[in-house]
Design a protein around this ligand. Structure first.
Ligand code: BES
Ligand code: MN
Ligand code: ZN
Length: 481
């Protein structure tokens, strides 16, 4: 439980203070600060951290100091990281309560929301299959801040977004025999019912009728049937519609162009884009944002069998563009090109964002913290950048010059699904974007940031839920005009 209170007289458990570098100068009179400064154990610098226990009035007290850096440079992300550290410390010390004493610097909705996100996200670990779970004692967190009740909505928003992101993490971490295409469809229905958006699910026969042959080719090797999931939320009847498309490969073996074992080891997470789209829809609808959003997921399993599609097959995608299959492991773009064509021609959206764990090249280019993007509309991209600053989910724009299209030309078909080693993230993005025409479009490749190698800050090893909050915030920025 996370509570807001104006003051706390008798704090139990850990008392946490969020501090800036400048606090040294101002709090010189405090003996504790001077002492810590002299001992050089706590600096107030970003990520600096100090905890100590002592006896006062016959009671054991523990304080936790969390550095945020320079006051003027405060970011939401620094707050998320700092409060997450305090929760980890509380569990480590087997404390049940944690109280943050927040001064007026933090009296802004955006800071409180970020604190709510960080506190919520820090409590998650994918441990449901573990018999011996790591013990979590912390069950009551208090934010002591002046005018506490006025921050209730901001705190609730942060907690809710944290919970939706956790939902995305859980979906992404679950094995590929649990989170199947149909499982994703049921999750969409469940979220839709709770939050207030409609869900329509198309089965294989219906997908055939829709001529989504590139999507169907990817699905052909699996005993799990593909589904097309369509979600619609109306928050502004006369307004424009944002279209979201998420890659939903529930397990990526690579198909007949089989992945080596070590590359396959996290491929249950190849539906991370779908997870972020599903949960962003939940958040957008639940928060009743005044915007229309339509979301599409072409969910399937890229498996190996006698029915699998083959290298050198030539597919006719829904758009009519023919595709030479150079590599069955470049499957995401095949599902996405049909999903994007569908959302554009059937749903007539005004903007498109696709989000996908699409290329290993994305990780090579930017590492695991930043998602590369490709776009055809700088004004639209500016909104994403703004959203990204708020949520801490970082993106970086790659060039999308026309000459890269040369790389995905084929002598046998209109497009090839693999442009080779050069500019792999750009060519994958441009492949998906080949059907968007003039519609403002952003492609986000989350192969890197969708997965964390180890526990750090508010992340735990495994899926990060990258994209849930980013897409929500983008919709929020767009609905603010
Ligand atoms: N799902 C993978 C991309 C991926 C790699 C996601 C690592 C997360 C972590 C995608 O389907 C894939 O296999 N891409 C190939 C494309 C190539 C065959 C053109 C890749 O990146 O190697
Ligand atoms: Mn693949
Ligand atoms: Zn894949």
């Amino acid at each position: 439980m996370i509570q807001l209170k104006n003051t706390v007289d008798n704090p139990k458990g850990i008392c946490a203070y969020l501090l800036f570098e400048e606090d040294y100068e101002e709090k010189q009179q405090s003996s504790l600060f001077t002492e810590l400064k002299n001992k050089d154990v706590f600096s107030g610098k970003k990520d600096s951290f100090y905890t100590t226990s002592f006896i006062e009035d016959h009671e054991l007290k523990t304080i936790c100091l969390l550095g945020l850096g320079k006051r003027k440079e405060l970011t939401e992300e620094a707050l998320r990281m700092a409060v997450a550290k305090a929760t980890k410390q509380a569990n480590k010390l087997k404390e049940r309560e944690l109280t943050f004493f927040l001064d007026q610097v933090f009296m802004k909705d955006k800071w409180i929301r970020a604190i709510g996100e960080g506190l919520t996200l820090a409590q998650y670990a994918f441990d449901k299959y573990l018999s011996d779970k790591k013990e979590k004692t912390l069950d009551n967190i208090v934010l002591a801040i002046p005018a506490a009740p006025s921050f209730k909505d901001a705190l609730d928003e942060g907690i809710f977004l944290g919970a939706m992101t956790i939902e995305a993490r859980e979906l992404t971490n679950e094995p590929g025999d649990v989170v199947t295409p149909v499982y994703l469809a049921n999750k969409a229905k469940e979220l839709g019912k709770g939050a207030g958006f409609s869900t329509t699910v198309y089965d294989k026969k219906a997908i055939e009728k829709l001529k989504m042959n590139a999507f169907l080719a990817v699905a052909s090797g699996s005993s799990f049937e593909p589904v097309l999931i369509v979600m619609e939320y109306t928050g502004n009847t006369d307004g424009e519609t944002l279209g979201l498309v998420g890659k939903g490969i529930t397990f990526d073996t690579g198909g007949l162009s089989l992945k080596p074992a070590n590359s396959m080891s996290t491929m249950q997470g190849d539906m991370g884009g779908a997870a972020s789209v599903l949960t962003a829809m939940g958040a957008i609808a639940e928060q009743k944002l005044p915007i229309n959003v339509t979301a599409v997921i072409a969910a399937c399993d890229n498996a190996v069998s006698g029915k699998s599609y083959r290298p050198n097959d030539i597919l006719t995608s829904r758009s009519g563009k023919t595709i030479f299959v150079a590599n069955t492991d470049a499957e995401g773009r095949l599902t996405l090109i049909d999903a994007v064509d569908y959302i554009l021609t059937e749903k007539k959206v005004d903007y498109i964002v696709d989000i996908a764990t699409l290329t290993g090249a994305a990780e090579i280019a930017l590492g695991q913290k930043i998602a590369p993007t490709v776009t055809n509309d700088e004004a639209f991209y500016k909104k994403l950048k703004k959203a990204s600053k708020v949520t801490g989910e970082r993106t970086w724009e790659l060039p999308h010059d026309e000459d890269y299209l040369e790389l995905i030309k084929s002598p046998y078909a209109d497009l090839t699904n693999s442009g080779g080693r050069f500019a792999g993230t750009i060519t994958a993005g441009l492949f998906v974007g080949a059907v968007v025409g003039e519609t403002p479009w952003i492609h986000i490749d989350i192969a890197g940031p969708s997965w964390a190698e180890k526990d750090t800050g508010y992340f735990s090893k495994g899926a990060t839920g990258f994209g849930t909050r980013l897409l929500y915030q983008l919709a929020k920025e767009m609905s603010n005009g």
